[in-house]
Design a protein. Structure first.
Length: 224
């Protein structure tokens, strides 16, 4: 089976967590002799080619980062650029989604998951499930074995998707754990909050952040 994978992040490939996760998913999916091709919406010059591949193939996987419970704007822009007369004049497609985010609790991704469950109907497509996984913020920052440990589980999920042809909800929930942090984890996190803030400041600096993480640039536009 041939799978068209479309990365929906606005980030460049080199800095993209989604791109690195897709590479692992691809490794597992192709281990059964399947084939894939990967496109990146960040490269707008390739959109004509992406649209054509979407029209001509039946199995599609959209991979995206969660942006505060919303799909990326560039993904919505691409979907709105499709020829819907053509979409509804060809056989139904099978569309699945892979959503990764920085928040560790799976509950943070459920709102987006529900939206994506409805979306395929508007694309004349059958929904083949949504794989969700949080705590992925550090993928591009970590190196070596630490990064490999974070994204290696996506290889197995690629194998399962190739074998079953969809994302099983029970297996997705198991993969996405924890749904919520336990009271113990929350207590420990609170204690170590100052250390975590220092770590985040270090990460932000590496990413080129020059301002304060406590900055509220839009506060003046918010009325009481």
């Amino acid at each position: 089976m041939h799978l068209v994978m479309i990365s929906c992040t606005p980030r460049a490939i080199k800095a993209s967590n989604t791109a690195k996760i897709l590479e692992k998913f691809k490794e597992g999916y192709e281990s059964f002799g399947n084939t894939t091709e990967t496109f990146y919406l960040a490269d707008k010059k390739s959109w004509d080619q992406i649209r054509m591949s979407y029209y001509e193939n039946s199995d599609i996987l959209f991979a995206l980062p969660l942006f505060v419970e919303c799909i990326p704007g560039i993904m919505m822009e691409f979907l709105e650029s499709l020829d819907y007369d053509r979409i509804f004049d060809i056989p139904k497609k099978k569309v699945a989604f892979l959503v990764q985010g920085g928040f560790a609790e799976a509950s943070q991704l459920r709102c987006c998951e529900k939206y994506l469950k409805m979306l395929p109907a508007y694309l004349n497509a059958e929904h083949r499930g949504t794989l969700i996984k949080g705590d992925m913020f550090g993928v591009s920052i970590m190196q070596g074995n630490t990064r490999e440990k974070m994204i290696a589980p996506f290889v197995e999920m690629g194998r399962l998707f190739a074998k079953e042809g969809h994302f099983d909800e029970a297996k997705v929930s198991e993969f996405a754990k924890p749904e919520y942090f336990s009271k113990g984890v929350i207590a420990i996190s609170t204690i170590f909050s100052p250390v975590q803030k220092l770590m985040m400041q270090g990460m932000a600096k590496k990413l080129g952040c020059k301002g304060s993480l406590n900055a509220k640039p839009y506060q003046r536009y918010v009325s009481d």
